[in-house]
Structures are given as C-alpha cells and as structure tokens.
Design a protein around this ligand. Structure first.
Ligand code: GLA
Length: 731
C-alpha cells in the first residue's frame, strides 16, 4: 500500500542513517498530510518527538530534535507517548495502577511495534510496552485513515500478576503538541442549550473537560473539542486539532500546558469513582480517542472528518435517510388510533417518507399519559391502540408511507410494572431515598439480564411488526445514586460496565438489523458522540428547534458531524416564518413536527413544494462537501454551502440572524467551486405567490463567485434564501 510504504520510508531513513541523534527506534504514525513521530530511546522510554504537518522532505525529520530540545530531566516524561505513574513521572499520567502486592508504580518500556495494512486506506500501528519490574503490558493502537487524516487511538492493558491489579487510570491516548500558544474551543450546554461554544487561550496547568453523568453524558459538556496552534484557526487558515472520545459515558480530557510550554492531551474514560479491577490474563480495551489535524483551517479538517464518518463510522453513511412527520409536539401524549390514522394520511399528503410515532403509545396498568408513568412497560396501551401497533404499521403500508417508533428502553418510571417486578434491575442506592430525573430511573445495563430485556424490547417490536422501518432511541435521564445491585462489591466497575452493556445491546441489534435507521436521541443532544454513532444513522441535536437557535447549534455540530446525521425538524418553536423554519431544517435530515391539518392552504403547498425541492438537493447536502461561509456568531447573515464531489452542483443556505433595523446581506464569497466552470444560480424554495428578488440570468464563473461573491439579498422581508447552483452544460 502506498501509505504504508511512505510510513516505512520514514522509519528506514531514520534508522538507516544510524548516527542520527534521535534514532533508536522511530515509529512513524503518518497520514496523507500529517505526521506523528514516536521514538523509543535507549532506555526504552517511548516519547512523541513530533506532531503536525508532514514535512515535504522526510529526511529532515532527523533534524527535529536539534530544534525541539527537551531538557534531559524531562525527556520521556513530559513528552511520554503514554505516561505511566509512580516512578519518574510527576506529570498527569495516562495510566496508573495498583499491583496485586499493593505497589503503585508503573514504568512502561518499548518492546516492539508493528505497522499493518488492514484495508484500503486504513492501517494499524501497534506498539507493545512492558514494565520490567511487574508483568504488566500495554499495547497502544493507532488506526490510521490515510486519506482523511483521521486517527483512532486506544490502548489494551493486560497483566500476569498473581492476583487482580486495579487500574486507577486508563486513558486512551496521550498526545504531545508543540506551539507558541494553544487555543481551546470547547462546548457546554444543558437541555435545549446544546453546543454553546467558548474559545480561550490555554494557560499553564490543566484544563479538564469531563462528564460524571453516567448516561446522557454529554448534557453539560461533550468530549469534542478543538485546539488551534499559535492563533485561533479560521475556516481556511491555521493549524487545528479536533479531538473527541468514542464513548457514551463518563469521560475526562486533560489539556495540560506543561512547564516546557508544550501541550499534553490525555483523553479517556473518566476514572472518577471507577478504579477497575483487572484479572490476570484479561484484556482491558479502552475506547478510541478520535483525532484529526489540519494546517489549512477548520473547514478542511471538518470536511475530512465528515468524509471519514460517512465512509467508516455512521451506519449507511453513504446511503439515504427517510424524511418524516413526527407527532411529539403536535399531540404530546394525547392521541388514539383515529388521530394517528389522520397523521398517517397527513404524512402522505405532506410527501415525506415516514411517520414517526413518539412517546405515549405504551403502558396499561400505568398508562404513559405523561412523563411520570409507564416507562418500562413496552406493551401497546389498549385504550389508545386497541388494535395494536400491527394495525397501524399495516395502515401506514396501505397509505404508502413507512412507520417508525419512539422507545426509551434503558429507563423505568417507578410507576410501572417493570419497577415492581424487577426492583433489582434499577440503579439506586439501597440505603438512600430515590432521586429522579424526569420522574424516572435508569436500568442497570451492567446486568446481562437487563441487557437481554433491553435487546428484547427492540427485537420483539421488529418481530411483531415486520414493517417497522425506524427507531427513535431516547435517553432522558442521568444516573443519580450510581449503584448496581448486580455488581455487588465491584461497584467501581459500574460506570464502565454500563456503557459496555449498552454497546453489547446495540451490537446485537445491529447484527440482526444492520440497516434499519435509528435516531440517537437523548432529550436532545446529550449523547452525540462517535461511540454511539457507530450504531445510529442520525442524531437529534436538541429539543430546541427554534430555527434561529438551530442555525447556531447546527453550525457548531457541523465542525464534527456530517449533515446526513443531523435530524432537523420543523416545529412551532421560534418566531420565524414557516419558510425560515423549513430552510433551517433542510441542512440535515428534514422532518416535520407540526399539525399538518391546521396549515393554511398556502403553508401546506409551501411545505409540499419544499419536500420536493429537498428531495432534489438532499444528495448534495448529505454527501457533498460542506463550507461554512458566514458564521452566525459574527455576521448579520449566516451562510452555509454544500458542493457535490464533481463541483457541478451546490446549495447555499442564507439566513438573517440579526433583526435590527436596516440589516441586509452583502456579497458572500462562495467556496469549493471549480473556478473554470460556469454556474447558473437559482433561488429555490420560494413561498407560494412570492417572486425571487434575484432577477435576470444569474450566470457566473466559479472564479467570480469565489472572488467577488454573490449577494443572496437577505433582509427583513426575505429572512432566508436558498440558492441552487448548477454547472452550465459545456462548463
Ligand atoms: C425527549 C425527546 C423528545 C421527545 C420526548 C418524549 O425529550 O428529546 O423529542 O421524544 O422525549 O417524551
């Protein structure tokens, strides 16, 4: 393989030159534009000697240590590629253990490494480290996606001591970067306020991003972040690292500017309340820390991450998605068979693919008529659905639409049969009062019986309703009173085993139902991470569907996740016109959650036309390259563009985000087009009875559109404008 050869060349160059001061063993971790060089020195310490843009002349790597000087006192410690604790290292460790004899020291030395080609474009570097004093070993894995410049890094820890050892800390990755300054972009949030960005310069010491929520772990803070080197990167300029842990539970990311002014990043499962006992001979595999780097700004790095996610992570990432009508905000819990029959007809009338039945369809002794009862009792409510889901699914088929359903299978209301029958399945402290989040408690997925139960909910829905075409999987509570009846004295395994249990269930579901679309919902975006997105075709960014808010949120999510995975619904949130709401929802997988039969004739016609327009442009939005043209946080008009891979067609969304007097758009510089091609610009998605303000034959070269720009004429009368660009025949 091309890329493997390139990697090997570096290694050979460095070792063959023999006398090079840095070379004992140099391990190249190389992708198409980037290089991370690891070196094992004479004493066996494995350290990072370079991380960043690949050099044009690989022979020059040997000069790195002439320039990057690390004092002998710190080498192999501050720049360790996987810092162990209890011996020479006094910095924040990646791993710390308590041996079977109670000793707390660990000193990992390089033993060997391998570079394997494991697929077209993908290779795996593995490095074995061992402690000379105790039979503990760690293998570091780096899965390299060459073209996309993406790395997934994890570690496997094992030992052969006489008894268990305890893993006090067990990070996935330990990076080391060198720059004049480091600019962290991080996110915080809460329900309906997801993905609020903050960008600050990191100062000396440790900045920690973490979660201790157990489930819905990203509610207050997700694990994704970016770090710009030397100055905050822009869309097209600057060096920037994106990172995120592929784990749907507690995480901890430490960003430490060390005494030598370098940046150490240590990322992994949060060890909070989680020292993990490991038996002799057993493997502990950490989740992957995902990272990617570009010296060409945030736009380049996120387009590569989108491509990676569609190619390798999100199920059916290169495929299609169903447009849908959801009934959550149009009915809440108040529906019956005849209301739902009407909604199936509305689904058809609107022209979308699927009807999604939300919360409230289950529970009999404790009917789910509000959020305080019924969770756990996954039988159809006989009053609301006397003929069961089966008849609804059949009716949907007759109408020619698909049928999807909401579940929240990890949860239980104390008012439920399940709670009465299986109190031992519920996470709670035996000696303390129960404490609820949205009137509910979390089931103990560390327990295999609970895993079977949760799997069985989904499996039996599909068995009983073979026509079922879509699942919305919700998760509305965090874990209070973390205690597993099943784990007995091993409570410190709980947080880790919960997530592993969840992934076991999802693995089983995906083995049996590999293609069914599933939405990852967590009362909004409380669980958006690539650990979960291995199983889900799309995620719910937020319950906040106010389109103005969504423009900001979707902008931030778009740094990390491709539009095909973003479930965007048109609702009655916000004060914007219907067209604005629909246009904002188009930047992803379009859905509706409004009362269709109350729409005026022209609103209905507008929505029907919008669905048709969307069906034409959705392949560009889902599979094209995204360019963030104008940031809603810095401009009066926000613009986002999607360009297909042939640079033949594009869609540009423009939204007024500042409603002060006299605000209107200016020319916006497009990106990603072919400068030599000529494009026709057309406004699409007009409201019935209105005309585009963009008159005449709008034909321009890509060069013109990217140099002079185009004014979409957004103003208080035209608050959102969607443009389609099509290459003129003949170029
Ligand atoms: C959560 C979801 C909503 C809806 C409700 C149902 O809040 O985010 O979309 O499904 O649960 O109770």
């Amino acid at each position: 393989m091309n890329f493997l050869k390139k990697g090997t060349v570096v290694w050979l160059l460095l070792t063959a030159l023999g006398k090079i001061s840095i070379a004992q063993v140099v391990i190249p971790v190389i992708t198409s534009h980037n290089a991370m060089l690891l070196q094992a020195d004479k004493g066996g310490d494995l350290k990072t000697i370079y991380f960043g843009k690949k050099l044009a002349d690989q022979a020059e790597y040997k000069k790195i240590t002439e320039v990057y000087k690390t004092s002998a006192d710190y080498t192999g410690v501050l720049n360790s590629a996987y810092t162990s604790s209890g011996s020479r290292n006094l910095a924040e460790p990646a791993i710390s253990v308590t041996h079977a004899d109670g000793n707390k020291s660990l000193d990992l030395k390089y033993i060997s490494h391998k570079i394997e080609n494991i697929g077209n474009d993908v290779s795996l570097v593995s490095i074995l480290l061992k402690d000379p004093a105790y039979p503990v070993e760690v293998t570091l894995y780096y899965k390299l996606y060459y073209k996309e410049d993406v790395i997934e890094q994890w570690s496997v820890i094992r030992h052969h001591e006489k008894g268990n050892i305890v893993l006090d800390k067990y990070a996935s990755a330990n990076l080391y970067l060198k720059a004049g300054s480091y600019w962290l972009r991080q996110y915080h949030g809460d329900w309906a306020k997801e993905m609020q960005p903050e960008e600050t310069e990191l100062t000396h010491g440790i900045k920690t991003l973490d979660s201790k929520l157990g489930t819905r772990a990203n509610l207050f803070e997700p694990s994704m972040f970016m770090v710009s080197l030397n100055k905050p990167a822009t869309e097209d300029e600057g060096s920037v690292l994106y990172g995120s842990l592929e784990w749907s539970g507690n995480f901890k990311i430490d960003l430490e500017v060390d005494p030598q002014d370098n940046l150490r990043i240590i990322a992994g499962i949060n060890n909070y309340a989680s020292p993990y006992a490991l038996k002799p001979g057993e493997d502990f595999t950490t989740p992957a820390f995902l990272y990617t780097f570009s010296d060409k700004g945030k736009g380049d790095v996120s387009r590569k991450l989108h491509t990676w996610a569609r190619n390798y992570k999100i199920p059916d990432g290169k495929g299609s998605r169903y447009t849908l009508l959801n009934n959550w905000e149009s009915t809440y819990f108040d529906f019956d068979e005849s209301k739902l029959s009407g909604l199936l007809k509305d689904t058809k009338k609107l022209g979308v693919d699927l009807f999604l039945l939300d919360d409230g369809w289950f529970g009999n002794k404790y009917p789910r008529n509000g959020d305080n009862a019924g969770l756990g009792d996954w039988q159809e409510n006989k009053k609301k659905l006397p003929n069961g889901l089966v008849s609804l699914v059949k009716e949907a088929q007759k109408e020619g639409v698909k049928f999807g359903i909401w579940v929240e299978p990890e949860m239980v209301n104390p008012k439920s049969d399940l709670y009465l029958k299986h109190p031992d399945w519920v996470i709670k402290q035996p000696k303390r009062p129960e404490y609820y989040f949205r009137n509910q408690l979390v089931l103990d997925l560390a327990n295999p019986a609970v895993q079977n139960f949760v799997y069985g909910i989904i499996d039996s829905l599909f068995i009983k309703n073979p026509g079922l075409a879509y699942i919305k999987w919700d998760c509305n509570a965090v874990i209070y009173n973390a205690h597993s009846n099943y784990l007995g004295k091993n409570q410190s395994q709980f947080y880790v085993d919960y997530v592993k249990g969840l992934y076991k269930v999802l693995d089983r579901i995906r083995i049996k139902y590999p293609t069914v679309p599933m939405m990852l919902c967590s009362g909004g975006g409380g669980r958006v991470d690539y650990g979960a997105l291995k199983y889900f075709t799309e995620y719910w960014p937020s319950d906040n569907t106010d389109p103005l808010e969504r423009i900001f949120m979707q902008w931030e999510y778009s740094y990390f996740y491709p539009a095909i995975a973003s479930a965007n619904h048109v609702t009655d949130w916000g004060k914007q016109p219907l067209k604005f709401r629909v246009d904002a929802a188009m930047m992803g997988r379009l859905g509706f959650d409004i009362v269709i039969n109350k729409l005026s004739a022209s609103d209905l016609l507008f929505c029907q036309n919008a669905v048709k327009t969307y069906n034409l442009v959705k392949p560009i939005i889902w599979q094209g390259d995204q360019y963030r043209l104008a940031d809603p946080g810095k401009n009066n008009v926000a613009s986002i563009m999607y360009v297909d891979s042939a640079k033949a067609s594009a869609v540009v969304f423009n939204y007024l985000v500042n409603y002060r007097y006299g605000v209107e758009s200016k020319p916006i510089l497009f990106k990603g087009l072919d400068p030599k091609k000529h494009y026709r610009v057309t406004e699409v998605g007009l409201y019935p009875g209105t005309k585009s303000a963009l008159a005449g034959q709008l034909i321009y070269s890509g060069d013109f559109l990217m140099t002079i720009g185009f004014d979409p004429s957004v103003n208080s009368n035209r608050t959102s404008v969607v443009l389609e660009l099509n290459e003129l025949a003949g170029g």
